[in-house]
Design a protein around this ligand. Structure first.
Ligand code: ATP
Length: 348
């Protein structure tokens, strides 16, 4: 019986996860998957009540689940956002979820801001390194608040960290029958860390002679993603660049309400799935949040749990909703989040 930790978090995280879970429960019942959901209350409410974001024991307890399903974290009442950092970055770092897998897939051409693009033109995945780079907090401030103040944010690239994300990208391409892997860095300006990326990329690429490889500096990558997205199958890049280019990717596929992601460690078997969007306090509590990113993330989770055909079926159902205008307001529709989930379930 697969055990799934459900962490709705804050804001629209509650709304979109409720809908995602309804879809999962439907499939579980229909196909006898026997999914077992356990709700965990980590988020702003608990933090404000108790001062606790997530305890070390609770973090370790997450290792026991077959998958973690997360909504979003962030609440205007917690100005420092410390609870969100401790829970989300805590999970990524402490559970060593080094692969942030973000598919960029156009399901309906009408939602693409680029002209004359069809779904077959935009279908790639980004492998974002998720545990190092500029997000480790290494650095410091000196003479803070004075005219001489200095702030240093250090980028950390370990051989092990760079190699494992690049290997994961190549392995994914090979396993899925894809042809091309593109690595992106800024090695022309960042001569130490990104030279390591260059070297490791060449080394791993040599083990996959059947795959086509390409390298773009990240500024060029953003231009190419807009100009000629057809050229990409798999993009691998560091934590910061991956964060930025996947938001660009999300817009290309129709907006943040459609962007799904997984945070994975295939070796330890721990995985967390979440929509790319945040807690969106501006629309929280109105029932209008688009649940499709959370539903597509649930699809990725089903694949991880050994049901890749269900991920495809779920994607086809989402595509049907988009094609038939059964969408929420930000996509020009009139449905509530719950009605969109109803439409997905009806299609399943
Ligand atoms: P974070 O700082 O964690 O990224 P945020 O709330 O500032 O969080 P997002 O939630 O990612 O930013 O998105 C920005 C805006 O996009 C939101 O304020 C909201 O208006 C819109 N948005 C995000 N997600 C959705 C969604 N699922 N459905 C509809 N609109 C959304």
């Amino acid at each position: 019986m697969p055990r799934i930790a459900v962490i709705p978090g804050d804001g629209i995280g509650h709304e979109v996860l409720e809908q995602g879970q309804r879809v999962l429960a439907h499939l579980s019942q229909r196909d006898g998957l026997d999914l077992n959901f356990e709700h965990l209350p980590y988020g702003a409410d608990r933090y404000l009540e108790t001062g606790l974001s997530i305890t070390p024991e609770e973090m370790q307890g997450l290792r026991d689940y077959d998958a973690i399903y997360l909504g979003a974290l962030g609440d205007p009442r917690v100005k420092s956002n410390v609870h969100a950092r401790e829970i989300l970055l805590g999970m990524r770092f402490e559970l060593d979820l080094y692969i942030n897998l973000r598919p960029v897939k156009l399901l309906d051409a009408r939602y693409c801001p680029l002209k004359d693009k069809e779904p077959e033109d935009l279908r790639f995945v980004v492998f974002r390194e998720n545990t190092e780079g500029l997000y480790t907090g290494i650095g410091g401030q000196f003479k803070k608040g004075t005219p001489d103040e200095i702030a240093i944010e250090a980028e950390m690239n370990s051989r092990k960290g760079v190699e494992r994300i690049i290997r994961a990208a190549f392995a994914h391409a090979k396993a899925r029958g894809l042809k091309r892997v593109c690595m992106s860095d800024k090695s022309n300006a960042m001569r130490h860390g990104h030279e390591l990326w260059q070297r490791v990329f060449r080394q791993v690429a040599a083990e996959y002679p059947e795959l086509e490889t390409k390298h773009y500096y990240v500024d060029v990558l953003t231009m190419q993603m807009v100009r000629n997205p057809e050229q990409f199958d798999v993009i691998v890049t560091n934590n910061l660049f991956g964060d930025i280019v996947t938001d660009l990717g999300a817009e290309l596929q129709g907006g943040i309400g459609l962007a799904a992601s997984g945070n994975l460690n295939p070796e330890s078997g721990i995985a967390m799935f979440e929509p790319v969007h945040g807690s969106a306090p501006d629309i929280a509590g109105q029932g209008i949040a688009n649940p499709l990113a959370a539903i597509l993330s649930a699809g990725m989770m089903l694949s991880w749990l050994g049901h890749p055909a269900l991920e495809q079926e779920l994607e086809a159902a989402v595509k049907h909703c988009l094609n038939t205008d059964q969408v929420t307001r930000e996509l020009g529709g009139e449905l509530s989040g719950a009605q969109v989930a109803d439409a997905v379930i009806a299609q399943l």
